[in-house]
Design a protein around this ligand. Structure first.
Ligand code: GAL
Length: 399
């Protein structure tokens, strides 16, 4: 039987309190997290609600510093445990070498399958080869890993995330009708994250015709991914670069109309820079991704315009059903989707993602959604992802 969203959220409530606090309270959820320097630990509590499968799943998340990964880790851990799997959950402080060690420990602990959200999509080669040599299947979770031992990829349609951001800008400025020109800047994500290029390209490809026609002007001239990228998606790094761009190109009173940010942690930095260093009085159109609580506040306050939301609870549902199919020896293809009763869209894609040249990685891709001040209650509160707090802002359902 599939778990309802409500039951997943209820469980997330208790788990994420631990995850977000980063403490080590000694219960099974906390011991499964080692972002604060503790070692990876098995948590076998799962057998409580589901009949034990006798199988162990290694779940490697990048970091607890970015809000969404706390949600992912908690949802995955809870769902696998409830389905009767033992879990080993690690967070690796955004350090690629630490993630290698964490995954090596998982292999040493005898996991039957790995679910990995890579910190650096190219740094896991040796340990992925080790997994392959031991016959341990690997699911690349959310971020693709550049190694042919990866069996499947579960993610959202990453390019679409960027096109949604670009399309939002087109609509907000009415670019097909307005004369312009409008001034725009870009901030992209971590170059080590395989997704970051997809997000950036999706947005850039959508807006490029307007840049080429002169309706949009990138005043800094910084349109190259590597120039606008943000190491490890860090808010401070995005803040620094935004301050430099504002000081160099906008201090003379040049109007800034739009800042396209690939995700919420970078949008937070850019918003801070605009608040402190932008001389203009207009509100700047700003994009983001993830629906982080601080950014939802900014959206309600009109500081950020939108975020692209990815329902990670659903990403965890797909991952669980995929793991079951793999470990049961069932055929894995589009029938996983048609045979499921998921209440959300997902596509089976065998042509978009490659772990090496010519080596396609079969992918299950979910559909992201645009959140604005106008629809956030309908899209986020009604389905139970967030609740409205006493101050009127959205907060995680764990309160
Ligand atoms: C991406 C992920 C985004 C965002 C970003 C920063 O890989 O798909 O949702 O969270 O990393 O962590």
């Amino acid at each position: 039987m599939k778990k309802t969203l409500a039951s997943i959220l209820a469980a997330f409530l208790s788990l994420s309190l631990v995850a977000c606090g980063g403490g080590n309270s000694g219960n099974s959820a906390a011991s499964g997290s080692n972002d604060q320097g503790g070692g990876a630990a098995s948590s076998a509590a799962g057998q409580a609600s589901g009949e034990s499968t006798g199988k162990k799943v290694g779940i490697a998340m990048p970091t607890q510093d970015l809000e969404r990964w706390n949600r992912d880790g908690a949802y995955l851990d809870e769902q696998f445990k409830a389905a009767g799997y033992e879990t080993v959950v690690t967070y690796s402080n955004n350090k690629a070498e630490q993630q290698v060690n964490d995954i090596q420990n998982m292999l040493a602990q005898g996991v039957d399958i790995l679910v990995v959200a890579a910190i650096d999509g190219e740094a896991l080669n040796t340990v992925m080869n080790d997994a392959g040599a031991e016959g341990i299947p690997v699911i690349a979770y959310d971020r693709l890993i550049m190694n042919d031992n990866v069996s499947y990829y579960v993610s959202f349609d990453n390019y679409t995330v960027g096109t949604l951001q670009g399309q939002y800008v087109i609509n907000a400025l009415d670019l097909n009708n307005a004369a312009g020109p409008f001034n725009i800047e870009f901030t992209a994500g971590d170059p080590a994250d395989n997704n970051a290029g997809y997000f950036f390209n999706g947005a850039m490809d959508t807006l490029k015709p307007f840049i080429d026609s002169g309706k949009l002007k990138v005043v800094s001239g910084q349109t190259d991914f590597n120039t606008v990228a943000t190491e490890q998606w860090q808010t401070d790094v995005a803040l620094d670069r935004a301050q430099n761009v504002l000081a160099s190109y906008y201090a003379d009173g040049t109007k800034l109309d739009v800042w396209v940010c690939s995700n919420d942690s970078t949008a937070l930095g850019v918003a801070q820079a605009i608040t402190s260093d932008y001389a203009g009085g207009n509100s700047v159109i700003m994009t983001g991704q993830d629906g982080d609580v601080a950014n939802l506040r900014n959206i309600k306050d009109g500081v950020q315009s939108m975020t692209v939301y990815k329902a990670v609870a659903n990403e965890a549902v797909v991952t669980l059903d995929l793991v079951k199919a793999i470990l049961d020896g069932s055929t894995v293809d589009n029938s996983l989707i048609t045979g499921s009763n998921w209440g959300f869209e997902c596509a089976y894609d065998t042509s978009s993602y490659f772990t090496s040249e010519g080596h396609n990685c079969p992918s299950f891709l979910l559909v992201p959604d645009v959140i604005t001040a106008d629809n956030m209650e309908e899209k986020l509160v009604t389905p139970g992802y967030y609740k409205v707090g006493a101050d009127g802002y959205l907060e995680a359902t764990n309160g």
